[in-house]
Design a protein around this ligand. Sequence first.
Ligand code: BG6
Length: 375
Amino acid sequence: MAETRKFPHHLIREIFEQPDALRRAIEPRISLAEGRVQLDEIHISREELRALRRINIVASGTSRHAGMTGQYMMQELAGVPVDVDYASEFEYRNPVIGRGELSIFITQSGETADTTASQREARQKGSRTIAISNVEGSTIAREADGFIYTHAGPEISIASTKAFTAQMACLFLFALYLGEIKEKVSKALAQSYIGELLALPKKTETILAASDQVEKLAELYYRVDDFMFLGRAIHYPIAMDGALKLKEVSYIHAEGYPTGEAKHGPNALIDFRLPLVMIATCDRNDAGSVVRYDQNVSNMEGFKKQGATLIALATEGDTIVPQLANHTIFIPAAPELLSPILEIVPLQLFAYYVAAKRGLDVDHPRNLVKAVTLE
Ligand code: BG6
């Protein structure tokens, strides 16, 4: 589909290239024969990884949102505590890090000054470092102990889409790799997750095939000037990135918030004039996900009582969320730790169609650059 369709902008083409970008990020790192992940480029021994006490993830913008999903993946699969930081904060807060720790720097361009400077700081303090980048031979990769390239292909549009989903896939691959080394992930669980990883590109194609539904939604809402995006746990970073995409390309004020935090302040903003985009998917095979889903449903009931307009992301087959939402976009079922890779796709499409309907230059938003190489 990506090859044959003519696209009016780089942004929409790159959104449609995501199934192939995910295949390039995932497939070369799966050993089907051994049923395990292989990451040859990280150049850190299994012994050192097994002894890891803590992981720091450092990035900017959309790449930091990928890092936030990586935090949940690594804590869940490898049982390692993970901190996530803005690169622009990390380098100025004299971080307490050192030996026995790993710092992961995520940067599509591999040249973001805040991020490369942060890596130098971490190395000076004795931390081992891994770079996740989309540009081979970039500064971040050259100065790291090891690297995981996203292989998403050149990303031209300033708003990051295919690099983002590929970054999350690479973070999951690393989390699974580390979980197996730390013997936290059984062979059976690893096999199951490998099957789910390999199924992601097709599921992404399913979402893209329904892009006209998102375009219709954008037609209803492109004149609105404020949005709030809500997500719980690993879905919160996706709410953040959905809001950032909309801000970046359509200049609409949008903020991402943890769903459970709305009652501590933001609720005062919520009425029919402020559409809520809420991630309310559910992995029925994961008890934690079901609990979070139930909490989301009761939050939605509360928002409806406040007269809110709800645009919900729900898992295919769900019959409860669509009854509460004004509009529902369905996502194919997937394990909760992998669902963020699917959930961001309709939000990318929404931001694109809204911006295009506003007649904006979606590939070159005002005041933004693709890589901020000066601090
Ligand atoms: C910003 C871009 O300048 O830099 C964002 O507009 C991007 O899209 C951020 O997420 C970080 O860039 P990089 O290359 O470090 O991932």
